[in-house]
Write a new protein. Structure first.
Length: 608
């Protein structure tokens, strides 16, 4: 949710922090701040608004000299965006400052305790409680004070901390919020995510829950919450540094839309070998896969929509019953998990709080958990019993595109693997399915070539008040994601409906000129969907259809048609979503919206 960057070493800290925060602004962008030790004291500068405001105030960091500092971009949880609620937050004398990502759930009783002891609070944040609590326990040993605080706080946190008494050290700690540590020849870094420090180092350490890191210019040590020193092995990041840059595109989102052919190919290619599906990460034998009696898919947002598609595909091909849950519902509804169930969790970041809680709940009850994630070394990747990576590379835009497409492919591969070991597809069908999978990257490339046509159509709906998406079966799953993409970045009210439900109330929302996007990629449902299109046209709707090349009959009911290349119906989502991502993008651009950083949203939701 929020972005944290820290540096200590031989270089000036402020420019490095600002540069790193710019790479993390997708994580939080309603305020920003920095604290740097200037040789005499900790100097802090904060500003409401985008990071550019802080950059201008500090002249790119020039006004904040020093070789040790921490910085933060905020996505507000406690307290409205403002200078006083921005991070860093400090103790009364400014000798201890903290940046924080997460939520301290018991901050109210802690705040009362501190207030009773004479501490005064200047902000509405839970983070200021941490700063004063550190002050309360500090007796000259920062590590001791930090661990005492961690024993007393409840909730989630990633922390960067400066003590003016210890100018040659930065302290970091985490629980349920991502934080990494990096090191190079000039110094050490902390960051919420890899892109922030990829320019400076590829050597990173992934912090685990309730660990504390002590960083110096030439030293790095890790401790448990009980102050026991830990040995940690570094990981080497193999991302291309250019992958986290715009590379000439106007927005990261457009760049990531255009990266989807490669993303799909990268997720597919290593797992199709000798006309077989090989998923080594499963760590399950064919016999164990045969014993799976039910699958529960748990995810949030777009990942949930990928899971809905996965349900249709797995049930169709492998004939295993599948339930799909929004993670925030799964964790609180006391789900009934039967013997032989496999839990699949999907998360781009691998840090989604509700999804991570579902992992822990499932494992505590003795069930096998498969994680499908994009970020190597993330919490879900480490805590799930096995992890299937999507290899989408860094995704910077808040609204996901390429990571979603990679998640779809992961679901297809898993469905095919299960179908093969269970013998639910014959040889001819198997060959056809593999051939269709292999064609997806080129077919996506072909659809991206229609961007001018889609942009022209999108310009007609810049002033739309409501847009509806309808579909049946997998087409309903596509509708869910297409609708979310539009509302996320354009702020136009949009809803997705199972087309067969229209007459059960929702058709009353259709007015003259309302745009209805009808998805129709399942041959067995063509005529049913056409009937629904006729129903909304009769109420004044303008209908845009997305369908297969063979379905020319749809032109009688549609005002505008986007045709898709032929593929197996199970994989149609991967093609249909492309023009709809472009449609959402061009509507948002035409309305002057901040496409990469839509209001009130953050990339990784690491708190409830």
């Amino acid at each position: 949710m929020c972005g944290i960057v820290g540096y200590i070493g031989k270089e000036q800290a402020a420019p490095i922090i600002l540069d790193g925060l710019a790479k993390l602004e997708y994580r939080g962008y309603d305020s920003a701040g920095m604290a740097v030790f200037d040789g005499k004291a900790i100097r802090t500068q904060k500003a409401a608004g985008r990071l550019k405001v802080l950059e201008n105030l500090t002249r790119g960091g020039e006004t904040m000299p020093g070789v040790a500092g921490i910085g933060h971009t905020r996505w507000a949880t406690h307290g409205a965006p403002s200078d006083r609620n921005a991070h860093p937050q400090g103790n009364g004398s400014g000798t201890i400052v903290v940046v924080h990502n997460g939520i301290i759930e018991n901050y109210i009783p802690l705040k009362k305790k501190l207030t009773d002891k004479g501490y005064e609070f200047k902000s509405e944040t839970d983070t200021e409680v941490l700063a004063h609590l550190l002050d309360y326990y500090y007796r000259g040993n920062p590590l001791e004070a930090i661990t005492k605080v961690l024993h007393r706080v409840e909730g989630s946190y990633a922390l960067g901390i400066l003590f003016s008494d210890h100018p040659d050290e930065i302290y970091a700690a985490r629980k349920d919020s991502p934080l990494i540590v990096g090191k190079n020849d000039s110094g050490c870094f902390i960051a919420s995510d890899v892109p922030a420090i990829l320019k400076y180092t590829r050597t990173v350490y992934y912090m685990d829950n309730q660990e504390v890191a002590v960083l110096g210019p030439d030293s790095l040590a890790f401790y448990s919450v009980d102050q026991e020193e830990l040995k940690k092995e570094p990981s080497v990041i193999d991302w291309d540094a250019d992958a986290a840059e715009k590379a000439g595109y106007e927005h990261f989102m457009l760049k990531e839309i255009y990266e989807q052919p490669r993303t799909v190919a990268d997720t597919l290619s290593p797992r199709i070998q000798n006309n077989d599906i090989v998923i080594d990460e499963l760590k399950m034998t064919d016999e164990e896969l045969k014993q799976i009696r039910k699958i529960h898919i748990v995810a949030c947002g777009s990942a949930y929509h990928a899971g809905v598609t996965g349900k249709y595909v797995i049930e169709n091909l492998a004939r295993i019953p599948v339930e799909v849950d929004v993670a925030s519902e799964f964790r609180y509804r006391e789900p009934i998990l039967e013997e032989g169930a496999l839990i699949i969790v999907i998360s781009q970041s691998g840090e989604t709080a509700d999804t991570l809680a579902a992992v822990r709940e499932s494992k505590a009850r003795g069930f096998q958990v498969l994680g499908i994630v994009n970020v190597v070394g993330s919490s879900i990747a480490r805590e799930a019993d096995c992890c299937m990576y999507t290899w989408a590379g860094p995704e910077i835009a808040v609204a996901t595109t390429k990571a979603y497409s990679a998640q779809l492919v992961a679901m297809y591969l898993l469905a095919l693997k299960l179908a093969k070991v269970r013998g639910t597809v014959d040889g001819a069908k198997w060959k056809e399915l593999l051939a269709s999978l292999r064609c997806l990257p080129d077919q996506i490339e072909l659809l991206l070539g229609q961007k001018e046509k889609i942009q022209h159509f999108a310009n007609r709906y810049l002033g739309a008040r409501d847009i509806f998406f309808i579909g049946r079966g997998i087409d309903y799953a596509i509708s869910l994601e297409a609708s979310l993409k539009l509302k996320e970045i354009s702020y136009i009210h949009s809803e997705a409906y199972a087309a067969g439900e229209l007459k059960h109330g929702t058709i009353s929302l259709i007015e003259d000129g309302t745009l209805v996007v009808a998805l129709s990629t399942q041959q067995s449902l063509y005529q049913k969907t056409i009937s629904n299109m006729v129903e909304v046209k009769a109420r004044g709707a303008f209908v845009m259809a997305v369908t297969n090349e063979e379905n020319k009959a749809i032109e009688k009911a549609a005002d505008y048609v986007i045709y898709l290349p032929e593929t197996n119906p199970c994989f149609s989502n991967s093609l249909a979503i492309i023009p709809l991502q472009l449609f959402a993008y061009y509507v948002a651009v035409g309305r002057g919206c901040d496409v990469d950083k839509p209001r009130n949203l953050a990339k990784s939701v690491t708190v409830e």
